[in-house]
Design a protein around this ligand. Structure first.
Ligand code: AP5
Length: 212
């Protein structure tokens, strides 16, 4: 199965993907994580990407597509995958077949802007294994320490109030038109993303017609 998750920044795409990937036994490919890995490598490209992301801007379609294509060539993608964060504008969506990506379902996680702000301002991320927490909704067992690998948790560089606002504005302008794009193709599955983490997972399985 080849799926994509659509939703505003902080809607819970990464959190949902972490359980969905186990349930469906296919990998999740997050373009945001691929870009952050490139930043972490310290390459010149990574520096260029960092300047864009930390200000809330999109990376160019060419840059993100080339990283994605490289990742999709790995053997673990041969039985399908979940895309988190791609496509993110109409150009990327229209170019999917040229990248050899044939989406079967697009899951839209609907969350209000006010809830997005609460989620992103309380998010904490492990810089080592990328596990994600929320200070209130999904706290780590020991405050500030990753449950999985023990590293010190951090606030993502793009989770400052000004950058969150900018990311939301760009989402409404550039990504939201994809809802109609996928609806017209009959691929859209809408999920209420304002429920708890567990319930959102259940809502998604129900929308996909998957039984536990
Ligand atoms: P990316 O990393 O994809 O960022 P994003 O889309 O802004 O999404 P987030 O990762 O911020 O949020 P999420 O929806 O995964 O929420 P999460 O599960 O963490 O991309 C980063 C940047 O890279 C972009 O801004 C752009 O610059 C660039 N980029 C990426 N792809 C690109 C592309 N295709 N083209 C161009 N540029 C691209 O949850 C958020 C918080 O809420 C967490 O604390 C979590 O614990 C909590 N939470 C989650 N679900 C729930 C729930 N149901 N109830 C309560 N709390 C919850």
């Amino acid at each position: 199965m080849v799926l994509t998750l659509i939703g505003a920044p902080g809607a819970g795409k990464g959190t949902l993907a972490s359980t969905l990937t186990k349930q469906l036994e296919i990998p999740t490919i997050s373009t945001g994580a691929l870009l952050r890995d490139e930043i972490g490598s310290g390459s010149e490209l990574g520096k260029e990407i960092n300047a864009l992301i930390s200000n809330g801007n999109f990376v160019s379609d060419e840059m993100v597509s080339s990283l994605l294509i490289k990742r999709l060539q790995q053997p673990d993608c041969k039985n399908g995958y979940i895309l988190d964060g791609f496509p993110r504008n109409e150009t990327q969506a229209e170019n999917l077949p040229n990248l050899g990506i044939y989406l079967e379902k697009a899951i839209l996680l609907s969350v209000s802007d006010s809830e997005i702000i609460t989620r992103l301002t309380g998010r904490r991320e492990c810089p080592n294994c990328r596990a994600t927490y929320h200070i209130k909704y999904n706290p780590s067992k020991v405050d500030g320490v990753c449950d999985v690998c023990g590293a010190a948790l951090q606030v993502r560089a793009d989770d400052t109030p000004e950058v969150i606002q900018k990311r939301l504005t760009i989402y409404h302008k550039q990504t939201e038109p994809l809802i109609q794009f996928f609806r017209q193709k009959g691929l859209l599955y809408e999920v209420d993303g304002e429920d708890s983490i567990d319930q959102t997972f259940k809502n998604t399985l129900q929308a996909l017609g998957v039984t536990l």
